[in-house]
Design a protein around this ligand. Sequence first.
Ligand code: OAD
Length: 254
Amino acid sequence: MDSALVEILKKSRRVLVLTGAGASAESGIPTFRDQLTGLWEKFDAAELANDEAFQRDPALVWGWYEWRRALVMRSKPNPAHLALAELAKHQPELVLVTQNVDDLHERAGSPSVLHLHGELLKPRCEKCARPYRFPLGIPEMPVEGARIDPPRCPECLWNIRPGVVWFGESLPGDAWNAAVDAASRCDLFLCVGTSARVQPAASLGMRAGKAGAVTVQVNPNPTDFDEEVEFCVRAPAGVALPQMVGAMVALNPR
Ligand code: OAD
């Protein structure tokens, strides 16, 4: 690791981490835009990830999210998730923001996670927004592309919808406001495994940089953020983060 970066990591106290699909890639969860393996290479977002699609064909959309939920529930946190959970023990001011809809940060032990794009495991009624509880246990793995009728809200009988933010929808206000606030106050902005293509999440790095934070990106591939960021760590998150967190916690004993 770059020795200048190591010095910065050691000094950082107010850290904001933004994770994207690449942070869960080593847990076996596909990203969206990686060539060949990305979900949006294989599936049409216009048919699956907006409210019009759900109104048109609820079983197709619900079936796809059930397939993703089954995949997530069979996966485990990887060393990147575990390293960030360890960092939280040493840096109480750490703010962890994710675009991911899985629960791998939580399962790794991160005490507080701001989910900008919602959560697969927290569906709700499309009409009254009442939360829906999935039956306990790991669901059967649906066949890719399987149509599954969504359950009905026990209260108003409308469809239950996935708990994720779809294209055209606003981000959850509390999570977004807290992320913007953290971007204006952090001294280190660490961007992990995101293509930085989706707004407004991608704007957090620029906000943090303008407010004076050192900006660092962990990604094995080039991204739109390369031009703006001060340090690019070109490595998989599961390799880079344990090393980076190791440098950070050495001087931050509990
Ligand atoms: P993308 O699929 O756009 O980007 C994933 C990034 O992870 C790419 O830049 C890869 O190079 C990188 N990557 C792959 N493997 C990695 C690894 N092992 N370690 C680190 N990086 C790795 O995913 P996001 O940027 O998260 O939105 O996508 C943002 C949003 O677009 C998602 O939240 C989703 C999608 O449409 C919604 O569903 C609303």
